[in-house]
Design a protein around this ligand. Structure first.
Ligand code: HEC
Length: 183
């Protein structure tokens, strides 16, 4: 995967000494997160359908993400962000939003979703794109006009939900892996 190293915009230090090792760590963490969330999601979709799976995600996705983060120790933090968040806790701050917009821009131009790596003081932050590649994602993040029950359940739990209307291939957001350096 192509990567972009952002060096100037955010009061960032010199270029990475060894970007590949940070990226490898980030890949490992992101993979574990996707496995954890995806496995649970699939299980609940299959067993009891989308409304049950939605309830499961709403009560557990955030905590499961925290658990994966904890598993890798306190030097590593992982979270998900989106410009159109469902859970307000996944709203990016202004710097993260700028990076997501840049990621989207590059994706639109090149049709390739690329990771963005930011060096910041004592941290390396790897932004990994999350593109909608599975039809299952569309159930809860696509056009919900034909699923009124699910749409209502989403509205009840997330009154400010923005995470619908996505199509296959759309950039949904990013997994952000923060790695403290010198550890
Ligand atoms: C059963 C419904 C459901 C399905 C299917 C689903 N999601 Fe979600 N998604 C949710 C819910 C609920 C949240 C909010 C979770 C939370 O509270 O942290 C969410 C949150 C997210 C977020 C975090 C940002 C935000 O908007 O809060 C991303 C990224 C995301 N989903 C991507 C995906 C992708 C990619 C797929 C397909 C693999 C997918 N989702 C499938 C229900 C679903």
């Amino acid at each position: 995967m192509k990567k972009i190293v952002l060096a100037s915009t955010f009061a960032v230090s010199v270029l990475l000494a060894n970007p590949s090792s940070y990226e490898q760590t980030a890949n490992k963490v992101a993979k574990e997160l996707l496995k954890t969330l995806g496995g649970n999601l699939k299980k609940h979709l299959k067993a009891n359908g989308p409304v049950d799976a939605l309830r499961f995600c709403s009560t557990n996705a955030y905590n499961l993400t925290q658990k994966v983060s904890d598993k890798f120790g306190k030097e590593i933090d992982v979270k998900r962000i989106s410009l159109k968040p469902r859970n307000p806790a996944n709203t990016p701050n202004s710097e993260e939003a700028a990076i997501l917009r840049k990621m989207e821009d590059t994706y639109k131009k090149s049709q390739k979703a690329s990771s963005i790596i930011v060096e910041k003081n004592d941290k390396t932050i790897v932004y990994k794109p999350l593109v909608i590649k599975k039809k299952a994602c569309i159930i809860c993040h696509g056009d919900l006009s034909k699923r009124p029950k699910l749409a209502q359940a989403i509205k009840d739990i997330y009154p400010t939900d923005k995470a619908t209307g996505y199509k296959m291939g759309d950039l949904r957001g990013a997994i952000v892996v923060t790695i403290k350096k010198g550890k």
